[in-house]
Design a protein around this ligand. Structure first.
Ligand code: SF4
Ligand code: SF4
Length: 116
């Protein structure tokens, strides 16, 4: 069964806790990341789009090749470090099929799965 991390980035506050927790867990050097926060905005859309002057300011973490889904922790039944430290409770770990069921079609989600 494939495991994954699901992020409801609608509620990501940009706090960087996941980044810091992961760097410590994986022993990554300065400039290296297992999960890295990205920021889009802030900017205002023009009134020529259907977004009609709405503001864009989106935070979303991106999981990198250095992520091993916290194998040492999860094989003992613990949560990945990033999920455990997310202060907004917007990160979830588990079987991909179960994670997909959480997506509500109303808020914005990103699903990451583990490669080889
Ligand atoms: S699961 Fe572990 S290795 Fe992967 S991003 Fe989260 S803290 Fe880093
Ligand atoms: S810990 Fe959670 S709220 Fe904070 S940046 Fe990461 S995903 Fe966003």
């Amino acid at each position: 069964m494939t495991k994954g991390i699901l992020i409801n980035y609608e509620y990501c506050t940009g706090c960087h806790s996941c980044e810091v927790a992961c760097k410590k867990e994986r022993g990554l050097k300065k400039g290296e990341f297992g999960i890295k926060l990205t920021e889009v905005g802030p900017y205002q859309y023009s009134d020529s789009t259907e977004l009609e002057n709405k503001w864009e300011w989106t935070w979303s973490p991106v999981i990198t090749k250095a992520c091993d889904m916290c194998a040492k922790r999860t094989e003992k039944g613990k949560m990945p470090m990033c999920v455990q430290h997310c202060q907004a409770w917007c990160m979830h770990y588990g079987e991909v099929e179960e994670l997909v069921k959480k997506m509500d079609g109303k808020t914005r989600w990103a699903l990451y799965t583990q490669g080889e």
